[in-house]
Design a protein around this ligand. Structure first.
Ligand SMILES: Cc1cc2nc3c(=O)[nH]c(=O)nc-3n(C[C@H](O)[C@H](O)[C@H](O)COP(=O)(O)OP(=O)(O)OC[C@H]3O[C@@H](n4cnc5c(N)ncnc54)[C@H](O)[C@@H]3O)c2cc1C
Length: 403
C-alpha cells in the first residue's frame, strides 16, 4: 500500500473553501487533505454588514466547515494553529489546551488577517479591554456585537478605522440601532486617522460615504486615531461603561507567524512568489490576507496587492493547480515536468468593490467602485445581494446537496 501525500489546508479562508469545492475527491486518490480551522464555521465578511443591518440570518452568511469537509471527503480538525515546525514538517495546533502536531507533505496557509486591537490599545494608553473588540475573528466579533447591541447601558459605539470594513460596519450598526433605539439614546461614531473616510478609494467614494453617514446619523471624526484621552472629542460625554469600541484599523498579520521561520514582510505577512509559494519553500503555499504578494507598479516600486476577498477568491484556481503540481513533485521527486506544470498568479490590475451603505428606512444602498469611478444606488444593493447569496449558496450546496 502506498502512503498518501498529506496536504494541510490551514484556515478556512476563501481560497481553501473554493478549492475544496472544485477539487473532486475522485481526482485525488493518493492525497489525504486535512482542513484546520479555529472555528467550526467560516463567516463570509461581504455579508456581515447585511447580517448586522438585519437582512441576513446567521445561517445565510456562514459555511459549516465540518459538513463541507465531510462532503468533500477531507479531514476536519477544529483547532487554533499556533506555529509551524518546518524541519519536522508539522503544523502545531492547540485545541482547548491540548497541543497536537499534525504532519504534512504540502501545506497551504489561508488564515486571513487580524484587525490590530493591541496596536490601538497600546496607542490609547490602555483602553478598557472588556469594552474594546476587534472586528476579527468575525465569529468573535459577531458575538460581541450581539452582546453590545442588546445592552441598554451602551450609549456610544466607536468604530476605529474608516476604511471599507469600518465604514460598512458603522453604517450597518447605525441602521440596526435606529430600529430599536431613539437616536438621542445612542451615538455611533466612526474615527478615521486620515483626512477623509475611505482614504484608499477615490475621493468621490469618500463624499458618497460621508453623505450616507450623515443621513444615518453616524458621526464621522477625521484625523482621529481613536485614542481615548488624547482625543478630547471621543467619549467625553459618556463614562467608559457606556461605551464600546470596535477596531477595524486595517489588517495585521497573525503574531504566531513571527516564530515560524518563514520569510516575512515588514508588516509580518508571509512573502510569496509568483506561484503563491512561501519564499524558499517548494511545498508551502500562502494565499489571501495572510500573504504578501508584490507586483510591479507604474511608479517602478513593487507594491503589495490589496488585502481583500476579491483577490483571495481569484487565487484559488492557481492554488489548486499548484497544489496538484506539488503533490506530483512529492510522488515523483526527480521528474522535470513538475515545475513546468506550476501556474503563475497574475493579480487583476484593479478590483470592483460593492460596499454596503446600510439601510435607511428600507432603503438599502450600495456603492460601486472601480478604479477612480464610484457611484451609489439602491438597485446596486440587489445586485450585491444576488452575487453574495449565489457565492454562499455555491459553497453551502456542496454539503447540503451531497449524497
Ligand atoms: C466587515 C468586512 C467586510 C468586508 N467586505 C469585503 C468585500 O465586500 N469585498 C472584499 O473583497 N473584501 C471584503 N472584506 C475583506 C475580506 O474579508 C478579507 O480580505 C478576506 O476575507 C480575506 O480572505 P482570506 O481567505 O485571506 O481569509 P479569511 O476570510 O479571513 O479566512 C481565514 C480563516 O482562517 C481561520 N483562522 C485564522 N487564524 C487561524 C488559526 N490560527 N488557526 C486556525 N484557523 C485560523 C479564520 O477563522 C478564518 O475562517 C471585508 C472585511 C470585513 C471585516
Amino acid at each position: 500500500m502506498t502512503t498518501k501525500i498529506k496536504i494541510i489546508l490551514a484556515g478556512g479562508g476563501h481560497a481553501h473553501l473554493l478549492l475544496l469545492k472544485n477539487w473532486p475527491a475522485a481526482e485525488r486518490p493518493n492525497v489525504e487533505i486535512t482542513l484546520i480551522s479555529e472555528f467550526p464555521t467560516a463567516v463570509y465578511s461581504g455579508m456581515v454588514p447585511g447580517y448586522i443591518a438585519g437582512t441576513y440570518t446567521l445561517d445565510e452568511i456562514q459555511v459549516d466547515l465540518a459538513k463541507l469537509a465531510a462532503a468533500c471527503r477531507v479531514n476536519f480538525l477544529r483547532a487554533d494553529i499556533t506555529g509551524l515546525d518546518l524541519t519536522a514538517r508539522e503544523v502545531i495546533t492547540n485545541s482547548a489546551g491540548s497541543i497536537k502536531r499534525v504532519p504534512f507533505d504540502v501545506l497551504s496557509l489561508d488564515v486571513g488577517s487580524r484587525a490590530g486591537v493591541s496596536r490601538v490599545r497600546e496607542k490609547s494608553g490602555g483602553a478598557d479591554p472588556g469594552r474594546e473588540f476587534s472586528i476579527k475573528p468575525l465569529q468573535t466579533f459577531l458575538e460581541n456585537w450581539r452582546r453590545v447591541s442588546a445592552d441598554p447601558a451602551i450609549r456610544e459605539i466607536d468604530v476605529i478605522g474608516g476604511g471599507a470594513a469600518g465604514l460598512e460596519l458603522a453604517l450597518a450598526m447605525a441602521s440596526a440601532l435606529r430600529l430599536v433605539r431613539a437616536p438621542s439614546k445612542i451615538r455611533v461614531c466612526l474615527h478615521e486617522r486620515a483626512s477623509r473616510i475611505l482614504p484608499q478609494m477615490p475621493r468621490r467614494a469618500s463624499r458618497i460615504a460621508l453623505k450616507r453617514a450623515q443621513d444615518l446619523g453616524v458621526e464621522v471624526q477625521l484625523n482621529s486615531s481613536g485614542q481615548i484621552g488624547a482625543d478630547k472629542k471621543m467619549g467625553e460625554a459618556v463614562d467608559s461603561g457606556a461605551r464600546a469600541r470596535f477596531v477595524a484599523a486595517g489588517p495585521t498579520a497573525p503574531e504566531w507567524f513571527r516564530e515560524t521561520g518563514l520569510d516575512l514582510s515588514a508588516g509580518g505577512f508571509i512573502c510569496i512568489d509568483e506561484f503563491l509559494r512561501a519564499k524558499g519553500h517548494a511545498n508551502i503555499f500562502a494565499v489571501g490576507d495572510c500573504a504578501e504578494f508584490l507586483r510591479q507598479t507604474s511608479g517602478g516600486q513593487p507594491q503589495p496587492i490589496p488585502r481583500s476577498g476579491v483577490y483571495a477568491v481569484r487565487q484559488s484556481p492557481v492554488l489548486l493547480n499548484n497544489l496538484r503540481a506539488a503533490c506530483e513533485a512529492c510522488a515523483e521527486p526527480h521528474s522535470t515536468k513538475v515545475s513546468a506544470s506550476l501556474q503563475k498568479y497574475h493579480p487583476q490590475k484593479r478590483a470592483l468593490y460593492l460596499l454596503s451603505l446600510g439601510d435607511l428606512d428600507g432603503n438599502h444602498k450600495t456603492m460601486f467602485t472601480w478604479g477612480l469611478f464610484a457611484f451609489a444606488a439602491k438597485w446596486l444593493w440587489y445586485v450585491k445581494r444576488w452575487i453574495d447569496r449565489r457565492y454562499m449558496r455555491g459553497l453551502q450546496n456542496s454539503y447540503r446537496q451531497a449524497k
